[in-house]
Ligand binder design. Sequence first.
Ligand SMILES: [Zn+2]
Length: 259
Amino acid sequence: MIKPAIYLPLIVLLLTVAGFNLPARGTPSSVPSAEDGGEGLGISAGRPAILAEPAAPEPLQVALQAGHWKASEAPDELSGVRRNGGTRGGGKYEWEVNLEIAELAAALLEEGGYQVEVLPATVPQRYKADAFVAIHADGNNDSSLTGYRVASPRRDVTRKAGELAEVLAEAYGEVTGMRRLPVATRRMRGYYAFRYNRYRHSIHPTTVGVIIETGFLTSPTDQRILVGNPALAAQGIFEGVSRFLGPAELPRLLPEPTP
Ligand SMILES: [Zn+2]
């Protein structure tokens, strides 16, 4: 007599070959749309679609740079950054305010399924992410100046930074109720972290980058949010970035080790 135990693995094998595992992978719903993944797929854009199709979608990556944070550690090519300590107001240095907003926004984005990195003043060389937001605060001798502003790089091969800037500016204004300043200065559009053609420590040309001046740290009005309620500023940044990127596309069926 042949033992039944021998048949069991054979049956399992036959079922597998017969395609019983097919519905679990490659279903249309698991394929990221061009809408969701367009920003991050610059490198694979030339490949045939069938090869570029991942088994499980990767979460979108967001980088939030806390302006002036650890500026003294900047490399020689960014010696100007070392000397720029940023503004201050409301009992805080600018980097402290930028870092707090960045960390609060990062927590919200992570909850939303995005992969997030909070960066100091020095960006890793040729840094890649689906969205990069440099967070700063303005300062002026005139404490009556209020408002926020957002700018995209002067040179932008992604052609998406303008859209991110617009969506972020709109969301930040809606959430915080702050006044939007239309002026994007030369300094903002030529921000060092955008200048990959000049500095090695900058975003990769395929990274969609913007810079936000979250308000005037020298204004008692704006301090109410920047110092008194940074969670609101963070919420505004979260709304803007997530509206621009769309769903984070976390794989829902595959268990993944959490870091
Ligand atoms: Zn700054």
